[in-house]
Ligand binder design. Structure first.
Ligand code: HEC
Ligand SMILES: [Cu+2]
Length: 459
């Protein structure tokens, strides 16, 4: 331990007044997502945080802009890193061009409104208030000016970490990810400038759910990165305003989770962790195999249809013991099923007698058709039409075409309407000829024989 640090440990033994004088004054370093300020290696200090609120038009998605209300000109606001027992002087300035007053409620504050009332700031003003960081942990901060929901929905949130006195365990990389949602007048992806939709916000019907303020803020060239064998810590916040996040990294398992942003790594080996609206979590994991890992809200339509998708790109040598990648891709032959070979003679050699053909057709039927049309050919009412006593079979050509090409148009069988999908099963001419001959040989069906040549004619 360096002597300076020792000094800070001994210091609390001295008179409180003396102590206040001893605290060095520093200005907090603020970073924007996905970056996090360096870990704190010092004793308690008098920390000045300067933050400006402003209202700016920025990109929400490709071709889509939005007038964000911001802390520090970006969404999410900057990451603030202080230390347990720091005294913080918070200076909140509201840009003169703002149309709204703003303030800040830091969940790290012990005191009314988390600072909201004391920090209420009209455009072109600066408010100052002080607080002591009593409780270590990872906290959301947000604007709490009425209507509160609207200020949050427009982008006013960020994370503040109050680092415990001894610091967090050392890791190789730390990142800042914050999920939040946007309620726009028009649907997701509709180009142009999108105004806020209060009704949708009240209904909690988000058009956009994103990481770090916009669609794509954390993908491709904006992805966070690591090398194999490193330990990663992600500080994840959820600004809401409404939705709870089921935070998951596809292809990774969180080795440790500090649930709800507390200071205890209280769970190990976690797949998906919940982050409440207005809450946070800390996840840690080691990167073992190279590749791209996808960050999602596992309420999965949010990920693939509303933007809640990010990427972690891990570089390093292949790790085949941990993950092999695809080692082979071979044709799958279920026993007795359709074989994907083109050699029809091999698959269904010309059978001489009708009896042999019916027998072969029965085999094809049981393995390819019975799953839907049932063993007894009665089908499933409303879903799969019957092949037993089916008037559809009276049209030989139509029934051959159904099996060759599949069916997706609505059809009527024995007066009953069906609007399902019958897949093309990739059977050979002889197999189709035999199965239709089998079906026709029984169940009160027309009784005709179908030849491979007739099937071929319908290809
Ligand atoms: C995945 C389910 C499925 C499988 C497997 C399947 N079918 Fe169908 N089949 C359907 C559905 C659904 C329809 C109705 C399609 C529509 O509504 O357009 C249908 C319609 C038909 C029809 C016309 C309507 C009738 O009842 O006569 C024939 C003939 C037919 N299937 C034969 C077969 C044969 C022969 C096989 C096996 C080689 C087979 N199907 C396999 C789902 C299936
Ligand atoms: Cu505000």
């Amino acid at each position: 331990m360096n002597p300076k640090r020792l000094n800070w440990l001994i210091l609390p033994l001295f008179v409180a007044g003396l102590m206040a004088c001893e605290k060095p004054t520093i200005e907090a370093e603020l970073t924007y997502a996905p970056n996090v300020p360096a870990p704190i290696d010092r004793g308690p200090a008098y920390v000045i945080v300067k933050l400006e609120t402003s209202e700016v038009e920025m990109r929400l998605a490709d071709g889509v802009t939005y007038t964000f209300w911001t802390f520090g000109g970006k969404v999410p606001g900057p990451f603030i890193r202080v230390r347990e027992d720091d005294e913080i002087e918070f200076q909140l300035s509201n840009h003169p061009d703002s149309k709204m007053p703003h303030n800040i409620d830091l969940h790290a504050v012990t005191g009314p409104g988390g600072g909201a009332v004391s920090s209420f700031t009209a455009p072109g003003h600066t408010s100052t208030f002080k607080f002591k960081a009593l409780n270590p942990g990872l906290y959301i901060y947000h604007c709490a000016t009425a209507p509160v929901g609207m200020h949050i929905a427009n982008g006013m949130y960020g994370l503040i970490l109050v680092e415990p006195a001894g610091g967090l365990p050392e890791v190789d990389r730390e990142y800042y990810v914050l999920q939040s949602e946007f309620y726009t007048k028009q649907r997701f992806g509709k180009p142009g400038h999108q105004p806020f939709d209060m009704e949708k916000a009240v209904r909690e019907d988000a058009e956009y759910v994103v990481f770090n303020g916009s669609v794509g803020a954390l993908t491709d060239k904006n992805a966070i990165t690591a090398n194999t064998g490193e330990t990663i810590r992600i500080f994840v916040g959820n600004g809401g305003p409404n939705l709870v996040s089921s935070f998951h990294v596809i292809g990774e398992i969180f080795d440790r989770v500090y649930t709800e942003g507390g200071t205890k790594a209280n769970q190990e080996n976690v797949q998906t962790t919940l982050i409440p609206a207005g809450g946070a979590t800390i996840v840690e994991f080691q990167t073992d195999a190279p590749g791209t890992y996808i960050l999602v809200d596992h309420s999965i339509f949010r990920a693939f249809n509303k933007g809640a998708l990010g990427m972690l790109k891990v570089e390093g040598p292949d790790a085949p013991i941990i993950y092999s990648g695809k080692v082979s891709d071979e044709i799958y032959h279920p026993e007795g099923g359709a074989i994907q070979s083109v050699d029809d003679e091999v698959r269904a050699p010309s059978l001489i007698t009708l009896k042999d053909r019916i027998e072969a057709g029965k085999n094809v039927y049981e393995h390819n058709c019975a799953a839907c049309h049932q063993m007894n050919g009665n089908g499933v009412k409303g879903s799969f039409p019957p092949l037993a006593g089916s008037d559809y079979l009276k049209d030989k050509r139509a029934s051959i075409r159904a099996v060759v090409h599949g069916l997706r148009e609505p059809i009527t069988v024995n007066g009953e309407k069906y609007n399902g999908v019958m897949p093309a099963l990739g059977l050979s001419d002889s197999e189709i000829a035999n199965v239709l001959t089998y079906i026709n040989s029984q169940w009160n069906n027309p009784g005709y024989e179908v030849t491979a040549a007739e099937v071929k004619a319908q290809r």
